[in-house]
Design a protein around this ligand. Sequence first.
Ligand SMILES: C[S@@+](CC[C@H](N)C(=O)[O-])C[C@H]1O[C@@H](n2cnc3c(N)ncnc32)[C@H](O)[C@@H]1O
Length: 213
Amino acid sequence: MIDSEDSARRFCAERCDAEAMARLERFIPMLVEENSRQNLVSKSSLDSVWTRHMADSLQLLDHIPGDAGLWLDLGSGAGFPGLAIALARPDWSIMLVESRKRRIEWLERVCAEFDLENCKVAGSRLENVETCPAGVITARAFAPLGKLLDLSSRFSTPSTAWLLPKGRSGAIELSEQPAAIRSMFHVEQSATDPTAAILVGKGQVKTGRPQRP
Ligand SMILES: C[S@@+](CC[C@H](N)C(=O)[O-])C[C@H]1O[C@@H](n2cnc3c(N)ncnc32)[C@H](O)[C@@H]1O
């Protein structure tokens, strides 16, 4: 379990090469500066940015074997977890879905600054993003689980990996889903918070309530 900023930074370094760590280090002051202009993350979370944002994002790497195809991050906001993954794995194909204008501009600016050619920003509501098969779907603090699955099921295939950091509500939210969904997911404990859960799943979700524009 990560119990300090030093251990969170080490946790990230164990999952990154030196160049990726340099990108993460350079990204932090950019985030702090932008956060003074727009409310991207809570101000207090910046005191433990390695734990709350960097390691919290990079721990998701431990749940997939490697590059698994298009990584779709829903409601990226400040860039967590999707942009942090892109900084750590610039060769991977990543799509950040975000609807708010100033957040879209921020995400695009960081991608340009770090030449993240494989990381694209889908600057619109998820409901309006063209359907494409995703190898990985992530979403942190995006929507309650049922709504999240309704909105994103059309991007899933039998081989899609779902990695959904869910805070304290993860197990309860999962228990409220139909049996077919419950059988696809299990609950993993977060490495950054003993009370937080990550819902880890595999496969094509069929909620019967898919939402299209
Ligand atoms: C609470 S923030 C979380 C941001 C980030 N994932 C994190 O954990 O720091 C949720 C983000 O999802 C975006 N969002 C909400 N509904 C959306 C939708 N339907 N399509 C695209 N983005 C959406 C919001 O604009 C916001 O930036």
